[in-house]
Design a protein around this ligand. Structure first.
Ligand SMILES: Cc1cc2nc3c(=O)[nH]c(=O)nc-3n(C[C@H](O)[C@H](O)[C@H](O)COP(=O)(O)OP(=O)(O)OC[C@H]3O[C@@H](n4cnc5c(N)ncnc54)[C@H](O)[C@@H]3O)c2cc1C
Ligand SMILES: NC(=O)c1ccc[n+]([C@@H]2O[C@H](COP(=O)([O-])OP(=O)(O)OC[C@H]3O[C@@H](n4cnc5c(N)ncnc54)[C@H](OP(=O)(O)O)[C@@H]3O)[C@@H](O)[C@H]2O)c1
Length: 436
């Protein structure tokens, strides 16, 4: 039984799907709008492709949510000032509340000279590419033999794996602005990469950065453990490549020939420490490294074309929330508009965290709904708008069909998984008119 409330949820990643389920379980009717044809967000299009068990487990849970009778799925519909619907239009349909769980789709660009060169990319675009999300799946990337990745998080590790195992890079360097103590990847991820690390080179690098660590009283063993603990369960080497770290280094510019990247300029850093927080500080000393490809894996920000105010890479939240959950604000500065998951805090945490955050956001929405009478949404206007988009809107039945076709295709090809690379192929597989 549904009650009279009708809530729009924007974004069907883990936060949106688990948030939608929470609301639907309260009897709320949910309209779930999603930019991509398929639901899942980064669980489908970010998590490393080889993690089949994890991805399948999540898909199973997402499917159960999609099957809820009081959940309407509108896939291939983006919301935003440059989307298919604006936030104002969505509001005008008369939803009782709107929950934004659209992830962190903006790019944290450092504005360095040469960023436009061919061979310079941002992590999200690359992970969307190798996870077959259109249109990234169809874009040309120039992955060369010598690659650098900026950052020392789990995304850096995933991308290094891809560059070595799939793109057959010969040398991958993680360029890290702070030192070994501050790396942020987990040993469960590093175990997939560590066999490629040249241990002599690693020891040389540790010795090089030691004086800087000592200058702020750091114990070098902490960083050594953070990195080398992965050795105990290291995956065997299957490719002929070297992975290394370049610590205390910040990119300051990219150089190229004929529009193609050839070198990256780096500034060397020292460390400073204040109130227990370590920061990198440029020394002014610069050097060049030879590279064919540079990928920024430094986290993302929310989409600032969405239609909500943005500050410090995030949508602005009400500082005095009326419906806080666990002391956190899920309320945007606009009446009835809530944020959850990576749309609340960009690039923060694992799927389990996004799930919890989506549920908490839904709890905040539920608290808000209790303060108001249900409205009378103009479903005819919504339907007319969706029909006017000039493209098919994907309903949940079509997702079931697409999954069947892709599973059959995987079996035929003897693959663990098969995904179409273009929206047109997906639409055809669902029996929908590409030009509808
Ligand atoms: C490369 C990478 C690998 C990861 N690997 C792991 C892992 O192995 N294990 C793990 O636990 N966690 C992993 N994570 C973290 C995990 O993916 C995130 O915690 C989680 O997906 C965030 O969920 P979300 O729903 O907030 O956002 P997302 O997953 O980003 O979902 C956002 C959804 O919103 C939709 N959307 C975007 N913009 C719009 C719009 N304008 N209108 C409508 N819809 C929109 C998108 O289509 C998408 O479906 C990884 C993250 C990355 C980046
Ligand atoms: N397999 C998995 O479980 C998996 C895989 C991928 C992602 N994830 C999760 O997804 C989230 C995001 O991952 P992430 O790797 O993007 O984030 P992250 O762990 O925060 O790492 C970002 C890295 O970029 C660096 N950085 C940030 N700004 C920079 C700048 N301006 N210049 C140079 N370097 C900069 C950071 O350095 P500082 O530390 O100095 O800021 C850090 O090393 C994390 O919670 C992660 O665990 C999980």
């Amino acid at each position: 039984m549904t009650n009279q409330y009708y809530v729009a949820v924007v974004g069907a990643g883990p936060a949106g799907l688990f948030g939608a389920r929470e609301l639907a379980n309260q009897g709320v009717r949910v309209a779930l709008f999603n930019r991509d044809i398929k639901p899942g967000g980064l669980a489908e299009y970010g998590i490393y492709p080889a993690k089949h068990t994890m991805k399948d487990g999540l898909r199973k849970q997402f499917r159960q949510t999609m099957e809820l009778p009081n959940l309407d799925y509108y896939g291939y519909v983006s919301v935003g000032t440059q989307g298919d619907l604006t936030l104002d239009e969505l509001r005008a349909f008369g939803f009782d509340a709107i929950l934004i769980t659209a992830g962190a789709q903006g790019t944290k660009s450092l504005g360095l000279p040469g960023e436009e060169l061919e061979g310079v990319y941002h992590a999200k675009d690359v992970v969307y590419f190798y996870n077959h999300l259109p249109p990234y799946s169809m874009k040309p990337f120039r992955f060369g033999k010598r690659c650098a990745i900026i950052g020392a998080g789990n995304v850096m590790v995933d991308i290094a794996r891809h560059l070595i195992n799939t793109q057959k890079a010969e040398e991958v360097t993680a360029v890290v602005r702070r030192g070994p103590t501050e790396v942020n990847f987990t040993k469960d991820e590093m175990k997939h990469l560590i066999a490629y690390m040249d241990m002599q080179e690693f020891e040389r690098e540790m010795a090089r950065v030691l004086p800087v660590q000592q200058a702020i009283g750091q114990d070098p063993e902490i960083g050594r453990h953070k990195i080398l603990d992965a050795l105990a369960k290291a995956d065997p080497k299957t490719d002929n490549a070297v992975f290394k770290f370049d610590f205390l280094a910040s990119p300051v510019g990219m150089l190229g020939e004929n529009g193609q990247l050839t070198k990256m300029e780096i500034e060397e850093n020292i460390l400073t420490e204040r109130d227990g927080k370590t920061s990198a500080k440029g020394t002014g000393r610069k050097r060049l490294i030879d590279v064919d490809t540079v990928i920024f894996a430094i986290g993302d920000k929310v989409d600032d074309t969405f239609g909500l105010p943005v500050e410090w890479n995030e949508f602005v939240k009400s500082r005095e929330p009326r419906f806080p959950v666990d002391g956190l604000s899920y309320e945007s500065t606009e009446e009835g508009v809530f944020v959850g998951g990576w749309s609340r805090k960009a690039s923060d945490g694992l799927v389990g965290y996004a799930r919890k955050d989506g549920i908490n956001a839904a709890k905040a929405v539920w608290g808000y709904l209790q303060t108001k009478q249900a409205g009378d949404p103009d479903l005819a206007a919504l339907d007319a708008k969706l029909k006017s988009l000039g493209k098919p809107v994907i309903l949940k039945e079509s997702i079931t069909k697409l999954e069947e076709v892709e599973n059959e295709e995987a079996q035929k090809r003897g693959l663990e998984e098969f995904k179409f690379d273009s929206n047109d192929e997906m639409l055809k597989a669902m029996g929908l008119n590409v030009m509808a």
